[in-house]
Design a protein around this ligand. Structure first.
Ligand SMILES: NC(=O)c1ccc[n+]([C@@H]2O[C@H](COP(=O)([O-])OP(=O)(O)OC[C@H]3O[C@@H](n4cnc5c(N)ncnc54)[C@H](O)[C@@H]3O)[C@@H](O)[C@H]2O)c1
Length: 340
């Protein structure tokens, strides 16, 4: 028996695909439609094991395509919106597509959700909309932190967040929104920092570290994020924002790479410092105590355990990441070789 129909956008990407698996496993009675454009970041091999699942439908298409979105929204109860251009480095090279997909694409979905009287629109966002915290402070982002994005990526996500809330205020769209810190885990595209480090080390190549490496991110294991989103769909209050973070203590990029090196039995000579990225935010840290109170959610996997799981996964799944890394060799050369 089918209960709800849920539309997931961007379900062939990193977090979206983890969420699609999580959701089908935990709500086998619901129908899940996955709308994804399959950009460089979307990968159907990630979803191979569920392609014949009776309650799963994949639609290859663009969230900016109004006609398509209108057709797909018919009969949908809940939208979970992940689809985005998501890589800060790429947004510095080519900002236009970030505005197009992240802002205009979100607006097309919001219009579709209104027209079809969707019961819940959940928008996935990032803690990067809040800007940067001081390296030596113990301040954390909260639900009340003003927006102050620094990269074209975070600016486009901030604009999409404002748009979602504006549709709530103006047209009473029943939305929820979550701002999450950096995720890591399986099926993470190999150009992002953690999988890049792991896959380079598997090949005995050095690990690039930007600037002095003293950049702090609040790493969250992706399965914990998926669980949190599911809790919002079940128990979240319409019109509310929820924050997710993963760590109780700051860990900078250099410390993080050293943990990976230790787990993989490599020494620190494998670190290669490269020229910094422009506008690089120093520190992100999320106070998720309100989410903890409201949803009884907290990270369940600590960083070292999560990294061990992630490393084992990349070691066992070369067939997934090698073709992706090879197909994007132009990007890797442009981004890293030129910064040495
Ligand atoms: N990765 C993180 O650490 C992190 C942290 C917080 C929030 N987020 C947010 O979570 C969401 C998912 O992030 P991710 O890391 O999984 O991203 P990703 O880049 O791995 O995946 C994005 C997916 O969206 C699809 N897509 C892109 N443009 C599209 C379009 N126009 N129409 C349909 N599909 C399109 C891509 O094909 C891809 O499958 C994003 O909204 C991102 O801003 C990510």
């Amino acid at each position: 028996m089918q209960n709800k129909t849920i539309l997931v956008t961007g379900g062939a990407g990193f977090i979206g695909s983890n969420f699609v698996h999580y959701y089908l496993e935990n709500h086998p009675e619901d129908k899940l439609i996955n709308l994804d454009l399959l950009t460089y970041a979307g990968n159907l091999s990630t979803l191979k094991d569920i392609e014949n699942h009776p309650n799963y439908v994949f639609v290859h298409g663009d969230i900016r395509d109004r006609q398509l979105v209108d057709k797909i929204m018919e009969g949908v109860d809940t939208v979970v919106h992940f689809a985005a251009e998501s890589h800060v480095d790429r947004s510095i090279m080519e900002p236009a597509v970030f505005l197009d997909t992240n802002v205009m694409g979100t607006q097309v979905l919001l219009d579709g959700a209104l027209k079809h009287k969707i019961k819940r629109f959940h928008h996935i966002s990032t803690d990067e909309v809040f800007g940067a915290l001081d390296l030596n402070s113990s301040t954390k982002f909260t639900e009340n932190t003003p927006y102050n994005p620094h990269s074209p990526y975070s600016a486009s996500k901030a604009a999409s967040d404002h748009l979602v809330r504006a549709y709530g205020d103006t047209y009473s769209l029943p939305f929820t929104l979550s701002n999450c810190s950096n995720n890591y885990g399986e099926h993470h595209f190999p150009e992002k920092m953690i999988p890049l480090a792991i896959t380079n080390l598997i090949d005995d190549k050095k690990v690039p570290v930007y600037g002095d490496g003293l950049y702090v991110r609040d790493w969250l294991y992706v399965q914990d994020h998926c669980k949190g989103i599911d809790l919002i769909l079940e128990n979240g209050e319409v019109g509310k924002t929820y924050l997710f973070g993963g760590l109780y203590k700051d860990v900078n990029n250099l410390d993080l790479i050293k943990i990976i090196l230790k787990i993989m039995n490599k020494d620190e000579s494998m670190i290669e410092f490269i020229k910094d990225r422009p506008g690089h935010d120093r520190r992100y840290s999320v106070d998720f105590s309100e989410t903890e109170k409201a949803l009884n959610w907290r990270p369940s996997v600590d960083l070292e355990e999560g990294l061990r799981k992630t490393i084992s996964w990349y070691q066992a799944n070369e067939a997934w990441w090698r073709p992706l890394k090879e197909a994007n060799v132009g990007y890797f050369n442009k981004q890293y070789s030129e910064r040495k």
